[in-house]
Structures are given as structure tokens and as C-alpha cells.
Design a protein around this ligand. Sequence first.
Ligand SMILES: [Zn+2]
Length: 410
Amino acid sequence: MGKELTLQQAGVILQSTERTKREQVYRKIAERRSKDNVVLDELFSTLISLRHQVALNADMQNFRDYMFKSYGRFDYTPQDCFNFHEAIASEVVPILNDLSLERKQQLKVPDLRPWDKAVDPLGREPLKAFENGKDLTEKSIESFKRLDPFLGQCLSIMKEMGHLDLESRKGKAPGGYNYPLSEIGVPFIFMNATSTMRDMTTIMHEGGHAVHNFLTKDLPLADFKSPPMEVAELASMSMELISMDTWDIFFPNAEDLRRAKREQLEDIIETLPWVATIDQFQHGLYENPNHTSEERTQLWNNVLARFSDSVTDWSGLEANRDTMWQKQLHLYEVPFYYIEYGMAQLGAIALWRNYKQNNQKGLQSYMNALKLGNLTTIPEIYKAADIKFDFSRAYIKELMDFVKEEYVRI
Ligand SMILES: [Zn+2]
């Protein structure tokens, strides 16, 4: 104690199996954040009114409509986003509730508190997926190769050319990403891997982006090669799920393998409602640009309540909950850019379902869709992948039923 930690370092302690330690660090994080609440709130009010003015200057009714045009969102409307919110609230939040209840029972705590979310509910050590950068490289190539020789070849070429810089080392910039190099057509992947499961899923994800680059490298114009996020993330998120069939390479122990796959699916169940929360909040913000700070807090709490589990006990932490949106940098820096992740995640589940039904056909449609690059509309690309660009409640229910089945079967 008495040591200064970054928020990331403090965040790791939230996984500690000692509950008092978790609570202590949670409260310290909240306390530190609270010191900047007012400044961040004022900054946000200024941003909203400036953005609203930008929209009016462009003869738009509000900044939401302005951003839809600015992003070139020709394939879906705000109403589609509302349908997405509706479907997540009715089809995903109940599963989130079940998982939270299970977590509470496994932890054997009288109340599930916000600091009980990141710890392994059975008190196990974190999963270890590989030894070092070299090991991660070999295992990833092996995994991709087993799915399809072409996929393995993509990563092998990158390895040969020194385009896989995976290991964390002193002085290296933070982050993890795949970067396309249009001229030579072979991208590189940059990461800060240690040995965690998250590092392993990151390379599966970035590997999906890399495959996308390989499949579009011969298209004549650079713009043809870079599709919008709803498609780019479909390539990467699908690979996270499809590759699960080969994760025994990383987790030879059957119990570890099962745990890793379950954590992957739990992550999806937690992320989709958060995406809906941030998106719906933004619609509300820019439809009501004159909200006072109190009205904004009210809006936030209404939206958050719609997409949160009803198991967690927030008593005494209301002030912290009221300002939780401030940790989402997209709200400040890239307004309305967030729902893409939710759309691509649903697409990835649908693609994974196809793959599970017929491995070869599923992979072929995946590659057919990726090959299209940015040549056609999002719905057309999804169609080439044999999936729908659809946010109806019925479709999302179908996908979630599949996730639930797999979760039990794993
Ligand atoms: Zn990505």
C-alpha cells in the first residue's frame, strides 16, 4: 500500500481472489475518478453543444443524423439501432442475469458487488495459454493451419517476413493491432503479449484482420480494400470464435480448454449489452442537446438499468455509477462509433454457427465475404458470408439460443 498505480495496474487487482483487496482497489479507483468528474462533465456539455451547432450549420436536425451521414452509414438507420437495443434488452440481458446469479452462487457471497465481477468465481489462477512470443507464433500458425491450409499460410508468410512482433518488452509502445501494408499486401501484427488467454484471443482476432488483408490484396484500389467496421470486425471476431475448435493447442488440459471457451462466450454476453448502453445513451444525448447535467445523469441511469444485470448490488456506490460513462473514451473522441462492434459480434456468432454446422462450407463463405473488401454494401457482404444483416428480436434470439446451447455443451 501507499504505492501509486496506473488504472490498468490497479485493474489487475480487481481479479484478486481476496475480496477485501478487490473492494479496496475498486474504491480507490472510484475515488480517483471522482476527482475529475465535474471537469469531464463540463467538457462534455461543451462538446455536445458545439456538436449540435455543427449539425445545425449543416442543415441537420441533430448531431446523430449528421454523424450517420459523416460515417457514410447508408446501410442502416437510427431505427435499426433502436431495434438492436430492443433485441439486446430482451434476448441478451436475461442471460447476463443468469450468469451473474451463477457467479454470485459460486463466489458464495451474500451480495454480488461491482468488485466481484472480474475475479474467477471458483478462485482459480488465471489461465496460461503459451510460454512466450515464439510459442504464441508457432501455436497460432498451427491453429490456423488446422482450420485451413490457406489461413495457416497467411500467418507463416508473416512470420517469415518478420511481420509478427508479438512479445511485450521494455520500452515497447502499448497496444495490439494488425496493420495493413497495401503496397506489398502483407500486413504486420503488433502486440504486447505475456501469456494470458486474452493475448491468445487477441492474435486470433488480429489474425482474422490479417487474413482479410491477404484476401483483398489484389484489388486495384486501396479504397476497395478497406471495408467499414461492421465488416472489418466481422473478419476478426468470427476468427476468434471459429478458432475455438483448435484451442486444445493452447490448452491441452480438458478443464482449462472448457474454461477458456466459456470465458470467451461470457465475454460476448457481457459486451453486447454494454455496446447497446453506450449507443442508446448517445442517441439520447444528441436528441436532447440542452439537457442539464442532472438530466443527463437521469438519462444515463435509465439506459444503464435497461442493459445491466439486476443481481449486482450498487448500494452506496450511486455516485460512481452515475458517472461511469466517463470511462468510455468513444463518447468524447469518436461519437456514434461503437455499435459497429455489436453488429459485427452478432454477425460473427452467425458465421460461427454456420461453421459448426459445416466446417468447410462455413469457412468458404467466410472467405468469400472477405474477398469482397469494400466493393459492395454491408448487407451484400453479409449475404456472401451466408448470414443476415438483421437486428430483429427474432434473429437475435435465434443466435443467443445457439450461444446458450454451445455454452452448456462445451
Ligand atoms: Zn479488430
